[in-house]
Ligand binder design. Structure first.
Ligand code: AHG
Ligand code: MN
Ligand code: MN
Length: 334
């Protein structure tokens, strides 16, 4: 720890935290380098013509921002250069990338969202990178099996949040820690140790513009949160950044609930908008490791077995008491 003391008056570095994790540490160090690179580009994007769209539409049917593609290349390069990644599932790649020559036993599968909250990019809003790390399965058909696996197979997960500070939030399956980038030395230093989400919060986070598309039970739940009742500490406050990483990070630290419900209207998204493998599942792993809960509204997110790499899933995530109450409404028990 001598280096840590010299570097940061005693705060542990990310390296201190992951060095016991073997070659997973190599992978996480590469993700951290990618995060620092993306943070730097975000800080100057408007000055170098990096904002705006490419004119293309991705597999999600969404307009692709220049930084979506650029960040995707940064992460693909960083993960490939680690030498230990067999399969990549990226929001910005229509098909999983399978690096056959990197698929030794014990190699890794990484699902990631290069830039989460892209709609905030052109307005200097908060965005993030989300990652979910799994072991290559031992099956012969590992290329197929590994590209669609339930969240319970995750070994590590987290996100980098590009805000006033650049923060890397990480779980290795034994609690959740956050590391804040010290720009003066280019190191992520532990700023939050063993984060625990409050059992209940007073903030709800949902895009109310979609209210007419929700199941009536969801509308009843949101109306309940907005009703005034001192005895149950209501109404809640509403906060919505439009970036899962930002809305989740606030929920993780302050408590409360984030929802992206199913769109039940004809032609809508019956499984909601968010993708399971690189949005729902990694956030579910983190929140459960911090004492919270993540649900589709009925089922535990971590147990959902995807049938496709980009499968969407409704997401109800946050403080355990808040998620439990939302589930009571959505199951018709309230
Ligand atoms: P992405 O930018 O990776 O497509 O993710 C955007 C997601 C998520 O970050 C956010 O919670 C949600 O989209 C916001 O969607 P709406 O704008 O429909 O509310
Ligand atoms: Mn996203
Ligand atoms: Mn994205």
């Amino acid at each position: 720890m001598a280096v840590a003391r010299a570097v940061s008056d005693g705060a542990a570095t990310l390296f201190d935290h992951v060095r016991a994790a073997g070659d997973l540490g190599i992978l996480l160090t590469q993700i951290a380098v990618a995060g620092k690179t993306i943070a730097r580009e975000l800080g100057r994007a408007v000055l170098i013509g990096q904002l705006g769209t490419t004119g293309e539409t991705n597999v999600q049917g969404e307009k692709v921002k220049k930084l979506d593609l650029w960040a995707n290349e940064v992460l693909v390069d960083a993960l490939t250069d680690s030498g230990r990644v067999c399969t990549l599932v990226s929001e910005e790649l229509a098909e999983p990338v399978h690096l056959e020559h990197r698929c030794a036993d014990g190699s890794w599968v990484v699902c990631f969202d290069p830039v989460d909250g892209s709609s905030n990019l052109d307005v200097n809003g908060i965005v993030g990178t989300i990652f979910s790390i799994r072991r290559r399965s031992r099956e012969a058909r590992h290329a197929m099996v590994d590209a669609v696996a339930p969240g319970t197979v995750q070994v590590a997960a987290g996100y980098v949040m590009y805000g006033p500070a650049t923060v890397l939030v990480l779980t290795l399956g034994d609690g959740v820690d956050a590391f804040t980038l010290d720009q003066t030395i280019g190191e992520f230093l532990r700023s939050h140790a063993r984060i625990r989400i409050p059992a209940r919060g007073r903030i709800y986070s949902v895009n109310e513009g979609n209210a007419t598309k929700w199941d009536p039970a969801v509308r009843r739940y949101i109306d309940y949160l907005r009703a005034s009742d001192g005895a149950t500490d209501r109404p809640y406050s509403a906060r919505y950044v439009g970036s899962l990483v930002a809305d989740f990070h606030r929920t993780l630290l302050e408590g409360g609930i984030f929802l992206y419900p199913a769109d039940t209207t004809a032609g809508g998204k019956p499984s909601g908008k968010l993708r399971l493998q690189y949005e729902g599942a990694p956030m579910a792993f983190v929140v459960e490791q911090a004492g919270g809960r993540a649900s589709t509204g009925r089922d535990r997110i971590m147990d959902v077995r995807p049938s496709a790499a980009h499968q969407r899933v409704p997401l109800v995530i946050g403080s355990p008491e808040d998620v439990a109450l939302a589930e009571d409404f959505m199951a018709g028990r309230r």
